[in-house]
Design a binder for this molecule. Sequence first.
Ligand code: GLP
Length: 241
Amino acid sequence: MRVIIEKDYKAMSKKAALLVASQVRLKPDSVLGLATGSTPLGMYDELIEMYNKDEIDFSEAKTFNLDEYCNLSPENPQSYHYYMNDNFFSYINIPEKNINILDGMTDDVKRECIEYDMKIKRAGGIDLQVLGIGPNGHIGFNEPGERLNVKTHQVDLAEETIEANSRFFDSKEEVPKKAITVGIATILKARRILLLASGKNKAHAIKETVSGHVSTQVPSSLLQTHPEVTIIIDEAAAELI
Ligand code: GLP
């Protein structure tokens, strides 16, 4: 694992965008695994700026998002479909057909999950997987537990995740209780992984990720088993390492 500590959120975002940009420049038809949440927002802004300056071209890139809430329509501003269009896709030149996001509205979850994994495989696998991290060490929506379902699957969100994500909703009651997420096996199959974290409330999870025991109780600790992981964090998130 390579850990890069940047001064603050802005510097972390810039460094992350540079890494994504270099991937796309070296391989224009890269398959990118993308994350949501507040952490990658600055990185998306930086990438949009690079695109506006003609420094990066997404016309051949393909994307697969990590996760989506169940039962939120793509028009719902809290859905990850909406988030990705609103914060990234509508500002760059990625063709719509190259964008993949799990359908949280599906009435056949099992099939949706199997097809998503197959689509990733058919695309040649993920070249660069961008990850955020939950304060409990979740990646995507792979929550801590005694066992992990390693393929794309539906999850019951942990109480602390519902609590943490309630800041995006009017009330905690509105946070969906279920989501669909790409599993740990798919994440670990990515050729390169970029994990981002910012702020004090991620410091404990980062410590466990970098130097804790590898355990399903901290899903991000499984990244220690991957040969090509870069962690870019700000000083606050690095406080305990
Ligand atoms: C959500 C997402 C994760 C994300 C995490 C952290 O639960 N499913 O993919 O990494 O939140 O979010 P934030 O960056 O807002 O702290």
